[in-house]
Unconditional design. Structure first.
Ligand code: F0G
Length: 459
């Protein structure tokens, strides 16, 4: 039509009230939560950007599909609908539903890994890493060097460093049971991976006879970035691009809580018959029978419909544009972020924003907590708290200290995002006053979820 404004490609049929709190109430709530925003009550949060996972709004078509759910324990009609949608997209032979992404990871790694082995990836997400380490194997990150520098512009900052991967395969092929690739690269800033890079990984995997798995949580956002950024791809639909991405892989883990546009669910897909047998037996042990995998029949219906909606172009144009909109506002306010903006979130470079707070005093926690106290906004630290604890119990600074503002799908409008940008600018103006934290109590695995903190006195 020639107009430049990108409108939300939906209208709102049902709303959920937000609860406003005072700064004093938020300060008390945060202290009670041990200065860990994971331990807040969600009712005490105004705008919740903790995660884009399972927090999206389903469409009226998805809610309608719920009523079609077949709750048969075995052989449910809803499973076959789910399986046909997933197979159409991925082309994979075995489609194994799971209650969320990490269940697919646990089953895959328990099936495929032995202690001492190595799994390379562009960047492993925290649950992926933890599920590899719990098997006694090593999770290795091989993203391209540009992917490690927040301010560096690159259209596909999630790409794998193919030279490093080749060297690893040449030297340690016998210890590598599979190669993974996370699309988009969540821990590296929601950055996409190009088709060219996926093809490069595929050909190395062919050369060394290794299976190649996608961590496909945000495959549709990745496909859309390929469409608009990769030469020669503009004329294809996001679905066609996604189908090619999956065709390059031998399997995938998927959290349907992201690009499945559902509130729960996931799946494990693969072509290998003997791994699939073993995986289904593990599934029965902890998730459920292979035609429901820990999900209700209605969940399978919601995911099937969500996977159809998520590749629609007006949705993906709105989705990527609204994330970029927040990123541009933060940059204009002088807040350092990972550039260019990724698909599902904006990542503030907390180490650059608070140069006076050393990594082991958790600048990411400091910025996250200030967002909450000042504005009622909940983001999440992706940095030294999340990644700094090594399996041997020692602590080292993570590569980056980031604060992720993840944008739930189809939930917040432009005024919510304008408010977030205004709050970020206010934090920028008071950045020198933000101090560090220390950990008071912590578990040994995935500590960021439950560790309790204490603010350090100003130095
Ligand atoms: N892989 C990636 C890249 C993820 O981002 C996540 C979850 C998972 C796997 C695990 O999926 O939560 O369904 O078990 N990421 C969420 C987040 C939690 O906030 O980024 P899950």
């Amino acid at each position: 039509m020639g107009f430049r404004t990108i409108v939300e490609p939906f209208r709102i049929k049902s709303v959920e009230a937000l609860r406003f709190t005072t700064r004093e109430e938020r300060q008390a709530a945060l202290a009670k939560a041990g200065y860990n925003v994971f331990l807040l009550r969600a009712d005490d949060v105004l705008i919740d950007l903790l995660t884009d996972s399972g927090t999206g709004a389903m469409s009226s078509a998805q809610w309608g599909a719920l009523m079609q759910g077949d709750e048969s324990y075995a052989g449910s009609r809803s499973f076959y609908r789910f399986e046909s949608v997933v197979r159409d997209l991925t082309g994979l032979k075995h489609i194994i539903p799971t209650h969320q992404g990490r269940a697919a990871e646990r089953i895959l790694f328990h099936t495929a890994l032995e202690p001492g082995q190595i799994v390379p990836n562009n960047n492993h997400f925290d649950t992926t890493r933890a599920n590899i380490e719990v098997e006694g194997a090593e999770a290795l990150d091989l993203v391209i060097p540009e992917g490690l520098v927040p301010s560096r512009l690159h259209p596909f900052k999630g790409n794998m460093d193919l030279e490093k991967l080749e060297r690893l395969l040449a030297e340690k092929a016998d210890r590598i049971p599979l190669v993974m690739m996370t699309v988009t690269n969540n821990s590296g800033g929601g950055q996409p991976v190009s088709l060219e890079n996926l093809r490069g990984v595929r050909s190395l995997c062919d050369r060394y006879r290794k299976p190649f798995f996608l961590d496909a949580c945000r495959f549709a956002e990745n496909a859309y970035f390929i469409k608009v950024r990769e030469p020669g791809q503009a004329g294809r639909t996001p679905k066609e691009i996604a189908q090619e991405m999956f065709s390059l892989a031998d399997g995938c883990t998927m959290s349907a809580k992201k690009d499945g546009l559902a509130n729960i669910g996931g799946f494990l897909g693969m072509n290998n018959d003997s791994w699939a047998d073993k995986a289904r037996n593990l599934l029965i042990l902890t998730e459920g029978f292979p035609t429901y995998g820990g999900l209700a029949g209605y969940d399978l219906e919601a995911i099937a419909r969500g996977l159809e909606e998520v590749v629609e172009e007006p949705y993906l144009r709105y989705r990527t544009r609204s994330t970029a909109y927040l990123g541009e506002k933060l940059l204009a306010a002088g807040i350092p972020i990972i550039q260019p903006p990724g698909g599902h979130a904006i990542y503030i470079d907390a180490r650059a924003m608070l140069p006076h707070v050393p990594p082991l005093q958790y600048p990411g926690v400091s910025v996250t907590n200030a967002f909450y106290v000042e504005a009622g906004i909940r983001g999440v630290e992706i940095g030294t708290v999340m990644f700094g604890l090594r399996p041997d119990g020692t602590e080292t600074p993570a590569t980056l200290d980031l604060v992720r503002l993840a944008i739930p799908r189809r939930v917040y409008t432009q005024s919510h995002i304008d408010y977030v940008a205004e709050a970020a600018a206010a934090l920028g103006a008071m950045r020198e006053k933000l101090g560090g934290y220390r950990i008071v109590t912590t578990p040994r695995v995935l500590r960021h979820f439950t560790a309790r903190f204490e603010p350090l006195p100003p130095s």
